[in-house]
Ligand binder design. Structure first.
Ligand code: ZN
Length: 387
């Protein structure tokens, strides 16, 4: 058993100071002054720290993504320590542009590996292309038969790299994800990669206008990638939609109009968007290709899981978004949208995924996943098998 004494808890709601008792990978109790003999547990003075839920990164190319500049640009797999350093204790893995040299089998195996190494993982079935290539032959079967599969994605729209699905193809994908989600008790969410194209969210809007599929079935990501899509995202979220920001970026993209997540969160809140409709994900290990106006690749960077909390921190420190609000986009909200039970909250009965922050600089000082220290005193304690 592990007892964190007198931490300043943001669950993500501000709870004030209390003790957190952990046993068997779960949080047993969260209350002030828990009395238990030190001989029964490892008691730690957590009073110097803010304790928050372990972060959920809902869009990580755990087996590497992209490679739009040729074979030598295939991005590498994520390592356990990338997640640990970033305070990320739950990852949703996905394929991206490349569904040929990267497979669903590889994605599932990598997710299981990360799980064995110490964090919690889930996956999306499919990649950019529609019809979706699955593990078992259908989206519904993947959702029903494979525990880690929680939805479909990332399906690409409004992008030159998209498979350019017809309306029928796209709507059938969403319908199958919805049925499979309901039958398996999972989210069945359709994670949609939004490109820079002027069509924006038009295909999703058409599905909403012409079918009974609810708006919350879709989670469009990269919503901050350009000013036009960002503004459309505000209207979409205010009409009940969910929007996901991508935290990985490079200065050149920001110069070209990409909206920095921390500032974008402030703008969405000021614009009247409900915080419970916004999530951040890192797009970690994804390629960040920069194409010129003729579609030629200029350069290629790589996304980082550690960017996730960096943007939450900037939202708090630079944009004055209260911590208990900003935290929601990487904890309670993705847990609710993706139906990740026991995740995204510090509460009795939840999984013991906890991050300890320095109240001064909001630096990550400790990471506990499934009740086990992975990082302590700003030092990583556990590495991946081949790190
Ligand atoms: Zn994408």
């Amino acid at each position: 058993m592990l007892l964190l004494r007198n931490a300043d808890i943001y669950a993500p709601a501000k709870l004030g100071r209390a003790d957190i008792l952990i046993a068997g990978g779960r949080i047993e109790r969260v209350e002030p002054g828990i009395r238990i003999s030190d001989s029964y547990c490892d008691a730690v003075d957590a009073s110097p720290f803010i304790a928050v839920p372990g972060l959920i990164d809902g869009h990580v190319h755990v087996t590497g993504g992209g490679g739009e500049g040729g074979y030598a640009t295939r991005t590498p797999e994520v390592m356990l320590s990338d997640a640990v350093r970033g305070g990320v204790t739950t990852v949703v893995g996905c394929l991206g542009t490349d569904g040929v040299t990267r497979s669903m089998a590889g994605l599932l195996a990598k997710a299981r590996g990360l799980d064995e190494e110490g964090i919690s993982t889930f996956i999306y079935t499919g990649h950019y292309a529609v019809p979706v290539r699955t593990l078992t032959g259908s989206i519904e079967q993947d959702l029903l038969f494979i525990d880690k599969v929680i939805g479909v994605g990332e399906v690409a729209l409004s992008d030159h790299r998209s498979s350019q699905p017809t309306f029928d193809q796209f709507v059938r994908t969403a319908a199958e994800a919805r049925r499979g989600g309901m039958l398996s008790g999972k989210a069945g969410i359709v994670n949609v990669h939004m490109g820079d194209g002027p069509r924006g969210l038009a295909l999703i809007r058409r599905v909403l206008a012409e079918t009974e599929i609810p708006i919350t079935q879709f989670l469009p990501t990269h919503i901050n990638r350009n000013p036009m899509l960002f503004d459309e995202g505000i209207a979409y979220a205010k009409s009940g939609g969910l929007v996901d920001f991508t935290t990985s970026t490079v200065p050149a993209f920001l110069d070209e109009g990409e909206v920095k997540c921390s500032a974008g969160l402030r703008r969405m809140l000021d614009g009247g968007v409900d915080i419970s409709h916004i999530t951040f994900t890192s797009d970690g290990q994804g390629s960040l290709p920069d194409f010129d106006a003729q579609g030629r690749l200029r350069r290629l960077e790589i996304g980082r899981v550690t960017s996730l909390f960096a943007e939450v921190r900037d939202a708090v420190r630079d944009e004055h978004v209260p911590l208990e609000i900003a935290l929601q986009v990487v904890t309670s909200t993705p847990a609710r949208i993706l139906k990740l039970r026991g995740k995204g909250v510090v509460a009795a009965g939840a999984d013991a995924d906890i991050v300890l922050l320095d109240p001064g600089d909001l630096g990550i000082c400790g990471t506990i996943a499934k009740g086990r220290w992975l990082m302590r005193d700003r030092q990583g304690l556990v590495k991946g098998t081949f790190e």
